[in-house]
Write a protein that binds this ligand. Structure first.
Ligand code: TTP
Ligand code: MG
Ligand code: MG
Length: 463
């Protein structure tokens, strides 16, 4: 914990044990292996993982807010490891350029987002200014959001680098909120080389405040009973959603901390900041916030595709890739409680010509095996007169999974019956949620193949 936080009267204790995460090979974007000391490799020092109030994790902080640390800057540093530990600014360098993101080393000089770059360079003349690459940020954002969705379908992205996760339902499978938060932090780091900070609390508002206090590279868990003890010493200006002018109006009333706000009569607040803001501030200061996680609108289709580093011509490798993509699609279907009536295949050839084929199934499915069978069959009917640059699988015509009932045929071979595939695939979901999908691979996928040469995965854009 930083001195500033200690001085602010924080009482917290480090979280002793992390959920063990098996070693895994870092992805191409990752510069470090998990478990490697981040500080030793030149990354910024971790703020650590703490439980506010010094008690145990009592399981009440089921709302997680996760935000990437210095997101744009950290992504750029993946390709510039030599700049680690230095003040780096991402933004326009021209006369009217502004800072979009700054490393914590630059922030020590007072540099922050939305500040003119010229001003930032006055404050920190040694800062290195790098241009931004939004395509890359979107790619990493999608990767991180996919890690979140491995934990729970209740993910509400707030911006490119942050989301709320409701983990109440994931506790039985994955453990306490602090164990889940620690596991997510490990996985995000292992799969991207990027750090994030986690706030866990009983409400969205407090979780958001807690993640801010946990930065960089830390976690702060605020048990429900500690909500007011956490909130009340904070300055009103730190409240999420309180702009500079409201903060100023409150300060004029002598309201400096959230605690001051909590004891101010509602009528006084309403008369100064208006009806809506007054009520909102009063509730938030008293820890009331009943907002739940709002997930994205129902998806119309779910697809994954892969662009190969080198165009492929071996049908066996391409069929393996179809199985892998089908696995990813099926995991997302099951997580969303959906099943697909139609499976679509997309193939892009080396000359960039692209074909799509689709097949409607006899009954809706959320199983990789069934999706893969259909995709492979479609693929086998495509003439391969060129090398393949990209291949994709998409589940379409989605219905709620509980609307579908599988009637096993009397003559079905037991081991091939969808119900036993279902058991196997659901077991994979559980392990994947905890350790990442790469830990469990089908036997047929554990062999050198296109994976070794592929470009990083990205979810396919919506159809
Ligand atoms: P933030 O999460 O607000 O900031 P950050 O990730 O750079 O730093 P931290 O969370 O550790 O405090 O924003 C996420 C990204 O959004 C940020 O990296 C760049 C972009 N962004 C802008 O482009 N303009 C802005 O004014 C802000 C605040 C962010
Ligand atoms: Mg951020
Ligand atoms: Mg953010």
């Amino acid at each position: 914990m930083s001195e500033a936080k200690r001085a602010a009267g924080w009482e917290s204790r480090p979280i002793p044990s992390r959920t063990p995460i098996p070693e895994r090979t870092p992805t191409p974007g990752s510069s470090k292996a998990p478990g490697e000391d981040r500080a030793a490799s030149g990354a910024m020092p971790s703020a650590g993982e703490h439980i506010f109030g010094g008690g145990p994790d009592d399981g009440t902080s089921t709302m997680l807010h996760i935000d990437m640390d210095a997101f744009f800057a950290s992504v750029e540093l993946l390709e510039h490891p030599e700049l680690r530990g230095l003040p780096v600014i991402i933004g326009g360098a021209g006369g009217r350029g502004v800072v979009t993101s700054a490393t914590y080393e630059a922030r020590r000089f007072g540099v922050h987002s939305a500040m003119p770059t010229a001003r930032a360079l006055q404050l920190c003349p040694k800062a290195i200014v790098l241009p931004s690459h939004h395509e890359k940020y979107r790619h990493y954002s999608a990767q991180v959001m996919n890690v979140f969705r491995d934990v729970t379908p209740l993910v509400e992205p707030l911006s490119i680098d942050e989301a709320f996760l409701d983990v109440a339902g994931a506790r039985r499978l994955l453990g306490s909120p602090s164990a889940i938060g620690a596991a997510v932090r490990e996985r995000v780091y292992a799969e991207t080389g990027l750090t994030c900070s986690v706030g866990a609390a009983s409400t969205k508002f407090i979780a958001k405040m807690a993640s801010g206090r946990a930065k960089p590279d830390g976690m702060l868990v605020v048990p429900a009973a500690q909500s007011l003890a956490f909130l009340h010493p904070l300055p009103v200006g730190a409240l999420w959603g309180v702009g500079a002018s409201t903060a100023e109006a409150l300060t004029r009333l002598g309201i400096r901390t959230v605690g001051d706000l909590a004891v101010t009569p509602l009528q006084t607040l309403v008369s100064r900041v208006g009806e809506a803001s007054g009520h909102k501030l009063h509730s938030l200061a008293n820890g009331h916030d009943r907002r739940s996680v709002v997930t994205e609108r129902v998806e119309k289709s779910i697809g994954h595709e892969m662009t190969f580093e080198f165009d492929l011509s071996d049908p066996r490798q391409l069929r393996l890739e179809l199985l892998r993509l089908s696995d990813q699609v099926a995991v997302r279907l099951r997580r969303a409680g959906l099943a697909a009536k139609t499976v679509a295949l997309k193939v892009r050839f080396s000359d960039f010509s692209t074909i799509s084929r689709s097949r409607t199934l006899t009954e809706p499915t959320d199983l990789a095996q069934t999706i893969s069978d259909a995709a492979r069959d479609l693929f086998d009917h495509v003439g391969l007169d060129q090398r393949v640059r990209l291949i994709g699988v998409r589940a379409e015509n989605l219905v709620e999974a509980h609307e579908t009932v599988h009637q096993p045929s009397l003559w079905e071979d037991e081991s091939a019956a969808p119900s036993s595939w279902r058991d196997a695939e659901v077991t994979v979901d559980r392990v994947a949620a905890k350790f990442g999908r790469d830990i469990l691979k089908r036997a047929s996928l554990v062999e050198p193949g296109p994976r070794e040469r592929r470009r990083p995965d990205r979810p396919a854009p919506p159809a």
